[in-house]
Design a protein around this ligand. Structure first.
Ligand SMILES: C[C@](O)(CO)[C@H](O)COP(=O)(O)OP(=O)(O)OC[C@H]1O[C@@H](n2ccc(N)nc2=O)[C@H](O)[C@@H]1O
Ligand SMILES: Nc1ncnc2c1ncn2[C@@H]1O[C@H](COP(=O)(O)OP(=O)(O)OP(=O)(O)O)[C@@H](O)[C@H]1O
Length: 295
């Protein structure tokens, strides 16, 4: 990459809560989810190229990805070019893949959203966040949320996002047991559990961390029980998090297998992360801050 490269952070998405309604005719489920983003994620670099769209992938989890043509980064680049009506636009893109793949952290969606932001800048296109979210919504249900990458409510099948203006920073630990989980089969397993009609949640208001953690503790993830039935390691991770001193909430994110624990402050979260990592050396354990000013 040259000095002209645009850098965009692609933070991990965590669903603090996830209510899921019954399967709709379009093959998707209505959701109501309180979503936050971590100071941990992938990075996208984009720079000018003489012609075409080119991607190279590096980083700890690069090997888990399929062909470059299937990568959501290139799909996002093509979608943006089409939306702009400018097929001649070109770029060289590098993805540094730090997030585990198929982990419930929205990594592919985060990469797609970061690509939209980076190329919009590189190509000097006049699209705002709302338009980028709309362009990205066909690539994945989590892409609109990832375009904003700040605390928000996600509704519809993921395409309706409402950023939360007064949600505080929170400290936590994200743990992934190393078992990839495909999203579709977890929703399908949920369908066998007689889903209830979705009751829209109220707009959460929590000006300080303690109120936000208390509010989060009262919520749930409807996919957690079916996911644990499919992947028992998720239950083991939740038991480990719940047993840590100072853990106020332990829950699965998205369709799993990643889970998070919330703690009162950063030192508590770091101590807990060290302890769970020491006891489970094969797990990916990451202390994080869920923050608003990430992208
Ligand atoms: C579980 C969440 O991560 C929560 O944020 C999202 O709802 C899923 O987001 P995603 O991974 O971007 O999902 P997509 O790639 O759009 O969809 C994968 C599959 O999950 C199922 N799916 C996804 C989203 C949704 N609201 N209802 C669904 O039933 C569908 O079977 C779909 O074919
Ligand atoms: N850049 C990318 N990063 C991750 N996965 C990608 C990417 N491009 C394509 N994919 C494909 O997308 C699928 C989902 O991967 P991802 O890591 O986004 O899952 P996830 O974290 O479970 O997502 P979600 O939380 O949105 O359900 C995988 O099968 C993967 O091969």
């Amino acid at each position: 990459m040259t000095g002209q490269a645009i850098r965009e952070f692609a933070p991990a998405k965590v669903n603090l809560s996830l209510n899921v309604g019954p399967l709709q005719a379009d093959g998707y489920h209505p959701v109501d989810s309180l979503v936050v983003f971590a100071d941990w994620g992938d990075v996208i670099f984009a720079e000018p190229a003489p012609e075409g769209l080119h991607l190279s992938v590096s980083g700890a989890h690069a090997a888990a990805l399929e062909s470059e043509a299937e990568n959501l980064v290139l799909k996002a680049a093509y979608a943006l070019r089409a939306a702009a009506g400018r097929p001649e636009l070109s770029a060289r893109i590098v993805l540094e893949k730090a997030l585990p793949v198929a982990a419930g952290l929205g990594g592919g969606s985060a990469d797609a959203a970061a690509t939209l932001r980076a190329l919009c800048h590189l190509w000097e296109l006049d699209f705002g966040a709302r338009q980028l979210a709309e362009i990205g919504s066909v690539l994945g249900s989590d892409v609109p949320a990832c375009v904003y990458s700040r605390p928000l409510l996600m509704r519809g099948r993921g395409e309706r996002v409402s950023p939360l203006l007064a949600w505080p920073d929170l400290h936590g630990v994200v743990v992934n047991p190393g078992v990839p989980v495909a999203t579709g089969p977890v929703f399908a397993a949920y369908d066998k559990t007689e889903p209830q009609a979705l009751v829209p949640g109220a707009m959460p208001i929590a000006g300080h961390g303690d109120a936000a953690v208390t509010l989060t503790a009262a919520l749930k993830n409807d996919l957690q029980t079916p996911a644990i039935a499919m992947v028992p390691e998720i239950g083991t991770v939740l038991d480990a998090l719940e047993g840590l001193p100072g853990c106020r909430v332990a829950r699965m994110s998205g369709s799993g297998a990643s889970c998070f624990g919330l703690f009162d402050d950063e030192p508590d979260a770091r101590t807990a992360a060290d302890e769970v990592a020491a006891q489970n050396p094969s797990w990916l354990v990451q202390p994080v801050k869920f923050a608003s000013a990430l992208v």
